[in-house]
Design a protein around this ligand. Structure first.
Ligand code: BG6
Length: 495
């Protein structure tokens, strides 16, 4: 194992701040946000002077809020058991503010509280919108009305997903929010960008010189991106049934994976330069037409989904989506990008497989099927068992034929098991004001343009069914088969 000091986030420090979390009695706050903030506190990545204020509708005292957060820590934090002394220290920075999101009065009292904190040196005002999306505009307008946010970035705001439900609603939201605050101070979160392995994609591509010459249509045949989840919708049926896999996973997380894989090298490692390049990729993806959607996109539901809690018994919502996209630019013209995601699949695995072109001549004896399965490919495993491995062919000793071998890089054996949670990284970047790992409005809108076309095309097609714990419906094979391709088994899948 190389001797790297665990990748702490302490390198870049922030000024004292007050962070208000709207929707603080919701699941996300206790499951992700407070554990992440505690993680940063423990790593000494927060300034000495900070305050976290939970804002929600339910009546609570500061103490009962702290108690609830501690319960969340016990269940969800990577620092469990939580050392009592450390928690006590951290909990001193927590408080609660009750209020209805659409009532100006609690915003007024919040403004007074924040002014007092400012007088004590907590200069930065930060807001985290973790409410249901139906409240986003309301909360922002109330914050604006109370002069807590304004143009010119006197404060910054994080907004959770989903950012709209389609292109039109996203456009309306962009317009409404930009009436309250500058785009540069609005941080749209996509937790996939906080994952270490997703960030490593940028390093893999742009910190090495050997991949760039092969990272294009001359050597790459196609790219497969899979995000498979092992669980079904569980208790989230009520939410999920209105959303589906395309909006829940593809529009945001998977399109982020695609853009980072396909983007041009940015001129610098700044948030605008990186995001400009990502937007260019999205703009180069042609809008699929109604008739083409039937050939390039499949939606499916796992058997038993309609019987789930709070799911419409006649639901047509997809729990699985597979699609083929193309990027019409010099680097990628003619290279298909196949994407698939599903709930209740055989295993949990997220992987990008870069499949290289076949050798021009088959010199060695092998069956057609072997030739296909032994194609050179690079597996970038995002989760679990994070790592990268390159598959190529080698001569089997004592025989005159060949077999596939792997060159492996595994995070765990190389760097140990330390890895900050995605929300730790993202909250830290938000606190210090680095927006590189957050999505910009033009990215979101371009992505909705493509999703809308697929949703429209799907109106005409049936919803396929797939068995629970399978790799999805057979229909998704047809998308690849039309190009002479097949989904490759995910390496090490089955964990
Ligand atoms: C969320 C989706 O954004 O991402 C969930 O709403 C999904 O439905 C989750 O399960 C997957 O995230 P991860 O980090 O577990 O891959």
């Amino acid at each position: 194992m190389l001797n790297y000091s665990a990748g702490s986030l302490t390198g870049r420090s922030s000024k004292p701040f007050a962070l208000v979390i709207f929707g603080a009695s919701g699941d996300l706050t206790r499951r992700k946000l407070i554990p992440a903030l505690f993680g940063l506190f423990k790593e000494k990545a927060l300034p000495d002077n900070f305050q976290i204020i939970g804002f929600a509708r339910r009546e609570k005292t500061d103490d009962s809020f702290r108690e609830e957060m501690l319960e969340g820590m016990k269940q969800y934090s990577r620092f469990n058991p939580v050392a009592s002394q450390e928690w006590q220290e951290f909990a001193k920075h927590l408080s609660y503010h009750v209020g209805n999101f659409d009532d100006p009065a609690p915003y007024k009292s919040l403004a007074e509280k924040l002014q007092q904190l400012k007088d004590q040196g907590l200069e930065q005002k930060l807001f985290y919108l973790s409410t249901g999306p139906e409240y986003f505009i309301n909360v922002m307008e109330q914050l604006h009305g109370a002069e807590l946010i304004s143009h010119g970035c006197s404060s910054r705001v994080v907004i959770e997903k989903p950012f709209g439900n389609d292109l039109k609603s996203a456009q309306e939201m962009v317009k409404a929010l930009q009436g309250c605050i500058d785009e540069s101070c609005l941080y749209r979160i996509d937790h996939y960008l906080g994952k270490e392995t997703v960030q490593n994609l940028l390093y893999f591509r742009f910190a090495n010189s050997i991949y760039e010459p092969i990272w294009n249509r001359s050597l790459i045949d196609h790219i497969q991106i899979t995000v498979a989840e092992k669980e079904g919708v569980g208790t989230r049926g009520g939410y999920y049934d209105h959303v589906g896999a395309l909006r829940d996973m593809v529009q945001n997380h998977m399109m982020q994976l695609l853009t980072i894989t396909a983007m041009e090298p940015p001129g610098s490692f700044t948030s605008e330069a990186i995001r400009d390049e990502k937007v260019k990729v999205l703009k180069s993806i042609p809008t699929p037409t109604g008739e083409a959607v039937q050939r390039i996109a499949v939606r499916a539901q796992y058997e038993g989904y309609r019987q789930s809690d709070r799911v419409n018994p006649d639901s047509k919502t997809e729990t699985y989506a597979a699609l083929k996209l193309t990027i019409d630019n010099w680097r990628w013209a003619g290279v298909p990008f196949y994407l698939r995601t599903g709930k209740f699949m055989q295993t949990r695995a997220s992987e990008i497989v870069v499949v290289f072109r076949r050798p021009p001549l088959a010199l060695f004896e092998t069956s057609q099927e072997q030739l296909e399965m032994h194609r050179n490919r690079l597996h970038i495993r995002l989760q679990p068992d994070e790592g990268i491995h390159l598959r190529f062919n080698a001569k089997i000793p004592g025989k005159s034929n060949m077999g596939p071998v792997d060159m492996d890089f595994a995070y765990k054996s190389q760097f140990g098991s330390y890895s900050p949670e995605a929300y730790e990284r993202l909250l830290h970047d938000f606190i210090i004001g680095d927006s590189t790992l957050f999505t910009r409005s033009d990215e979101v809108l371009e992505s909705w343009r493509i999703m809308d076309a697929i949703t429209a095309g799907w109106q005409e097609s049936p919803v396929a069914l797939y068995r629970q714990k399978s790799w999805g419906p057979s229909e998704s094979e047809a998308i690849l088969k039309a190009d002479g391709n097949t989904w490759f088994p995910l390496e090490k899948a089955g964990s």
